[in-house]
Design a protein around this ligand. Structure first.
Ligand SMILES: [Zn+2]
Length: 221
């Protein structure tokens, strides 16, 4: 918000400069010609300050559309929390949360940024970047209608391949990233204390009770 205010200030500076070339300013008899270097600087500053917010809004719209697809048409609205939003959030310790009734998803700082950098180089994704993909898929599964955390997470594990492809990751890389999440993160949750274990089930595995046998499952050969 502060950045948009700063951008608005520089837009006003540009407007004042252009108007001064048509209408004499107070104390002047004639209009003064536009200073091109000054105008270029204030326009660049206006764009520079607006860009992070515009970029975030664009990314939120993109994620909302893809999340709605993952949630089988249940309308999702993704919000990328800023650091300030996260500090004010009653669920600030969770990486994200979703409201099943309204379809609103909040991704805490810095996870939207991590997801953005994952999408910029999925072929060399870090562990955190792959986790950011799962957070997005997991919250989408809540919007799809599941409340139980372990079931939600299992649905996400099976759809991370689909989610990565929807977000534009090339096919073989999407598959590998989704499998890496299952093998390197999900299967270790059972050993990571009660909190993490509540997201895990031994039934969440190929051929087990929670396998949905999706044609494009992360596990499908
Ligand atoms: Zn959850």
């Amino acid at each position: 918000m502060l950045w948009l205010l700063a951008s608005g200030f520089f837009v006003w500076c540009a407007f004042r400069e252009i108007r001064g070339s048509f209408v004499a300013r107070p104390g002047y008899d004639f209009p003064t010609p536009v200073s091109k270097p000054y105008l270029a600087i204030v326009i660049a500053l206006a764009i520079g300050f607006a860009w992070p917010t515009v970029h975030r809004l664009y990314f939120e719209r993109f994620l909302s559309a893809k999340s709605t697809e993952l949630a089988d048409g249940h309308r999702a609205r993704v919000h990328c929390n800023t650091v300030f939003d996260t500090m004010m959030d009653t669920e600030m310790l969770a990486a994200g949360h979703a409201n099943i009734e309204t379809g609103e998803i909040a991704l805490q700082a810095p996870w939207c940024g991590v997801l953005m950098s994952y999408l910029s180089h999925p072929e060399r994704a870090s562990r955190d970047e792959i986790i950011s993909l799962d957070i997005f898929t997991h919250e989408s599964m809540h919007v799809r209608g599941e409340r139980n955390e372990a079931v939600t997470e299992c649905e996400a594990v099976q759809r991370n391949y689909r989610a990565a492809k929807l977000l534009g990751v090339p096919d073989p890389i999407a598959k590998q990233n989704a499998l890496d999440y299952y093998n390197d993160s999900y299967l270790h949750r059972q050993e990571m204390g009660i909190m993490q274990a509540s997201y895990f089930s031994s039934e969440c595995a190929p051929g087990k009770a929670w396998d949905e046998h999706l044609s494009d499952s992360t596990w499908a050969p």
